[in-house]
Design a binder for this molecule. Structure first.
Ligand code: PLP
Length: 421
């Protein structure tokens, strides 16, 4: 459920008409609903109450790392799952305590590991044995012990888009699950390392809980095996991945369904369960507000050319993702059209032959479910401005990320002396 609704014929974010935001900030612009973020955070937490009292939720900030969003989620008691020093800096800047931050990521540099140790990060999710050796040495040099878990790859097909699947053995993530016991034996004795458990994350936008349950079952077996070998396993990080509805008729497992499955799959584990949800918290909490520039006649259908493009919302070009397109002031009429942005690539197409609200030049519309993996993936391709972000809370709104103009970007570039005239 989200808080983007039509009131008096105009689409609103909570109590703010999107027309007011377009007028003040311009388009394209991402618009987030604080009430929706809060609701998703609470629903997800409540769903996991079924899994027992020792639960730590670290929001995967890659989904939407705006620091206003992070502050909102920190106020909901959420920690952060980060994958770079930049994300760590954001989480800390938003007031998330270092101890509540999990550092994931397949390519943490030695410098990033050192900085995270210095910051007092709560947990490192190791991706390979050598990373554990290096982390242990860096921690020992500092006279501290790094809390860590080993990310395992269960070789389970998450049944999602190949580019967001992470749990097959050919993917770059985690260590093969059958090699984990040997690695535990070798890493457990290292000074500077407290290898206290395992982590898993098999992919994103999962529409079916069965692959997750199968993966968790493998983790349960591994926990038993590791304990049998004398290792103290106190933490298991079950990752993120829960999908969200993108199409009006999508039916996905609810957080409550997920919580019930987790409770079933982890019964008797006696560990602190950790979670890294991203999309399920942020996806439906944001829309990309855009203006129609032209309706251009096409061979089969007209092209609705909007001022948002693949550089602002990359998901359709990257993963053929579907984003519902709705008019801000729908007339009730419908049209079948292609929807594309101004970027000079045929891939800059949001939809082909889709039946949508009828729109004309100058009309406002939104791409829905754009709160996750939207603004964070934006670029300035074609020297387009970096898209701004607005947060709505009740009847107020604020710009929480500026539009970064081409002029600002040009000011950060230099012509070397030898090319100057
Ligand atoms: N944790 C890890 C390690 C990830 O790679 C991701 C994203 O792919 C997430 C959590 C968040 O996934 P999602 O947004 O699907 O919940």
């Amino acid at each position: 459920m989200d808080h983007f609704h039509e009131q008096g014929g105009i689409l609103h974010a909570e109590n703010v008409p999107l027309t007011a935001i377009a007028e003040e900030v311009g388009t394209p612009v991402y618009v987030y609903s604080a009430a929706t973020f809060r609701r998703h955070a609470r629903v997800f937490r409540e769903a996991l109450a079924a899994a027992g009292p020792r639960v730590h939720i670290a929001y995967a900030i890659k989904a939407n790392p705006n620091i206003a969003v992070l502050r909102l989620l920190a106020d909901e008691g959420y920690g952060a799952d980060v994958v770079s020093a930049g994300e760590m800096a954001r989480a800390l800047a938003a007031g998330i305590p270092a101890a509540h931050i999990v550092f994931s990521g397949v390519g943490k540099t030695r410098d990033e590991l050192g900085r995270a140790l210095d910051a007092g990060i709560g947990q490192f999710n190791l991706e390979l044995e050598e990373e554990g050796v290096v982390l242990a040495a860096l921690a020992a040099e500092r006279g501290i012990v790094a809390p860590a878990v080993l990310r395992v790859n269960p070789d389970v097909d998450a049944g999602t888009h190949a580019k967001i699947s992470t749990g097959r053995k050919e993917n770059k993530f985690g260590v093969p699950i059958d090699q984990a016991p040997g690695m535990f034996d070798r890493l457990a004795g290292l000074e500077g390392l407290d290898l206290r458990g395992v982590a898993i994350h098999i992919g994103s936008q999962l529409a079916d809980l069965a692959p997750l349950e199968a993966a968790y079952a493998r983790v349960g077996e591994l926990v038993g095996e590791l304990r049998g070998a004398g290792h103290a396993i106190t933490h298991v990080d079950l990752g993120g991945g829960l999908g969200v509805p993108y199409r009006p008729d999508d039916v996905l497992p609810s957080p409550a369904d997920y919580g019930a499955m987790v409770a079933r799959a982890t019964a008797g584990w006696d560990v602190t369960l950790m979670f890294e949800p991203g999309r399920v918290i942020a996806g439906n909490a944001g829309v990309l507000l855009t203006s129609v520039i032209w309706v251009k006649p096409g061979v089969t259908h007209p092209y609705v050319i909007v001022d948002a493009a693949m550089n602002d919302l990359a998901r359709p070009a990257l993963y053929d993702a579907f984003h519902d397109f709705v008019a801000v002031k729908p007339s009730g009429a419908r049209m079948t059209a292609n929807i594309a942005g101004p970027v000079c690539e045929s891939g800059d197409t949001f939809a082909m032959g889709r039946t949508i609200d009828a729109v004309a030049s100058g009309d406002l519309a939104v791409f829905r479910t754009a709160g996750a993996y939207g603004a964070t993936m934006a670029s300035t391709y074609n020297s387009r401005a970096l898209v701004p972000e607005v947060l709505v809370d009740g009847d107020r709104f604020a710009v929480v990320a500026d539009r970064v103009s081409a002029e600002t970007l040009i000011a950060a570039e230099r012509v070397p002396e030898w090319l100057k005239r």
